[in-house]
Design a binder for this molecule. Structure first.
Ligand code: SF4
Length: 275
């Protein structure tokens, strides 16, 4: 079905019009015009919700820009590199399985399968954000043992370029979901992880009201630490990674993966419920 042609005004209406410049454009209007010209993508505005992006036709709105081409090229390169992966070797290295000629990787407790061409299969709704990180994980992960040293995303080497985006879209995005009902959110997370880590540990997150570990990839655990609001402070959410995350999955793929999780949690917690 042909997508409705969008205009600069359509894009502008969806923006918050704060002219905050975080997208690198001087105003929201300038940003909207650049999106239509294909020189910017909607996701470069950190204040635009996933729902708004989808309502505008996704990130493909506007002409294809250099960034899109770069992303496409990166994805194609990943697919090509993945075609050379030895499934048996990879399964051992990254904690996956081989079944029926496909590499099965557990992502948040669900098995996602990749065939030899890199196509993705899953019994649940396939989240496209997961596809690139899975290919990257299978192809490039060092499969290093966990160190037990939990660090925030920004402390990972090579994460510096992504830290601001990660804070906005991943930590703030997840915090907004959790803020609605923290007890319910963390109870519900047991669907994705049987490994609650509620005990006090003496680490920076030991004062958190909720601490849970989930496994977006077998060797890339993610610790979600949440501090409830009180009379003095707003609520806070920080995501911690094992120090090995930077060799088990690159910073860009970690960012994409957690973005995908936030998108998925938004859908589950706000639309369908958990049944
Ligand atoms: S980041 Fe978003 S809200 Fe801020 S100026 Fe750019 S388009 Fe407008």
């Amino acid at each position: 079905m042909q997508q409705k042609q969008r205009t600069t005004v359509d894009i502008l209406k969806a923006l918050d019009k704060s002219n905050c410049k975080e997208c690198g454009s001087p105003t929201c209007l300038a940003f909207a015009a650049l999106v239509i010209q294909g020189k910017k993508t909607l996701r470069e505005c950190p204040h635009l919700s996933e729902e708004a992006i989808q309502a505008l036709g996704g990130d493909g709105v506007g002409k294809k820009g250099k960034d899109d081409d770069t992303r496409d090229e990166q994805f194609e390169r990943l697919m090509e590199e993945f075609s050379g992966v030895d499934f048996e070797e990879a399964a051992e290295r990254i904690g996956a399985t081989v079944h029926g000629g496909r590499l099965g990787i557990s992502c948040l407790g669900k098995i996602f399968e990749l065939d030899r061409q890199g196509n993705l299969y899953s019994g649940c709704h396939v989240n496209l954000w997961v596809h690139g990180p899975l290919l990257d994980y299978a192809t490039h992960s060092a499969g290093r043992q966990l160190t037990g040293d939990w660090v925030p995303f920004g402390d990972l080497e090579q994460a510096k370029d992504w830290a601001r985006f990660f804070s906005h879209r991943c930590e703030q995005g997840m915090k907004q979901i959790v803020d609605d009902d923290p007890d319910f959110f963390f109870d519900a997370l047991s669907i994705f992880s049987p490994t609650p880590v509620g005990q006090k540990t003496g680490k920076p997150f030991s004062s958190a009201d909720h601490v849970t570990v989930v496994y977006p990839m077998p060797k890339v655990p993610l610790m979600i630490a949440y501090w409830c609001a009180d009379a003095e402070f707003e609520s806070k959410l920080t995501l911690f990674f094992d120090r090995s995350a930077e060799v088990n999955l690159g910073a860009e793929s970690i960012y994409a993966l957690v973005r995908g999780m936030v998108e998925m949690f938004t859908r589950i917690f706000s639309t369908h419920g958990l049944d």
